[in-house]
Design a protein around this ligand. Structure first.
Ligand SMILES: [Zn+2]
Length: 286
């Protein structure tokens, strides 16, 4: 079984504002607008048949992203053996407490996606601590975007994983995934996953910057934290199969004089990791 802890579901024209789409064009050298509408069949066609996916939309009013959690709940209901649905919250917006309760208790969503930089909030702000307390008490893991972006109005300061240090100290049972190995703040990310038993990282959307990912994984190896890195695609930005192939290409690279190559067992361990069990989300397959 492959577990993809990071797959998006959204519809380009419904879920993004014009500003968001203009910014995404600016990030592409050819200026082409990338249609981010997700076609679930295309996702499945680019993944091993036994893939189970954590799927979310996204909410960040400041950046212009707002996906209705009911869409995620509908997909999870349609594919109960292959989709684990997460809600998204933007705690800068009124009503997030009710969305949290509704997403958990009525929609049956099993975790939370946060985008601190896109929404413009500091995760360690005591004013939103109830969010993390609820997640910890109810066994809802959190996947948080950390790392760079193309959105000019997204404060990079809140892209840094260190702002979750305070959260993890207050809520040691909370399962937290720092997305994208927090590139290019992977040093902070590794300090976090090494320090906190229930904090993990995913390596989604990184294989196509091979030098950066090789370097990040060499740090993972040096710090002995292979077991804290989870597999993720960040679909539609990358497919599961392309991500697996990209990782295996990195594993096949020779070391450089005086430095070992990446340990292929470390890479294969990430690809095979049962992240659902680690995050307390194992499916009932009886
Ligand atoms: Zn993502």
């Amino acid at each position: 079984m492959t577990v993809d802890v990071h797959a998006h579901l959204h519809h380009h024209h419904e879920d993004f504002t014009d500003t968001f789409r203009t910014e995404s064009r600016r990030a592409h050298p050819d200026g082409a607008e990338v249609d981010l509408t997700v076609h679930w069949e295309a996702y499945r066609a680019g993944a091993p048949a036994d893939t189970v996916s954590i799927v979310f939309g996204g909410k960040a009013r400041r950046a212009g992203i707002w996906v209705d959690d009911a869409k995620i709940a509908a997909l999870a209901e349609q594919y109960p053996q292959s989709v684990v649905g997460f809600m998204s919250l933007d705690p800068t917006q009124p009503g997030w407490q009710e969305m949290l309760r509704h997403g958990h208790q009525e929609l049956g969503l099993r975790g939370i996606k946060l985008m601190p930089m896109y929404a413009g909030f500091d995760p360690s702000d005591a004013a939103i601590d109830d969010l993390f307390a609820y997640a910890e008490a109810n066994g809802l893991p959190i996947v948080a975007h950390t790392g760079t972006t193309f959105i000019s109005q997204a404060p990079l300061e809140y892209a840094r994983p260190v702002h979750f240090d305070e959260v993890a100290m207050r809520h040691p049972e909370l399962r937290l995934v720092l997305a994208h190995l927090s590139h290019p703040y992977e040093g902070e990310c590794i300090a976090m996953i090494r320090k906190h038993a229930n904090v993990y990282a995913d390596l989604s959307a990184l294989y196509y910057r091979p030098f950066q990912l090789w370097h990040s994984l060499r740090l993972v190896q040096d710090y002995g934290v292979w077991h804290k890195v989870l597999f993720g695609s960040d679909y539609p930005f990358a497919t599961v199969n392309d991500t697996i192939e990209g990782l295996r290409r990195l594993a096949a690279l020779p070391g450089i004089p005086g430095l070992d190559p990446l340990d292929p067992a470390g890479i294969e361990g990430i690809i095979a990791r049962d992240a659902l069990t680690l995050l307390g989300l194992a499916l009932d397959r009886s």
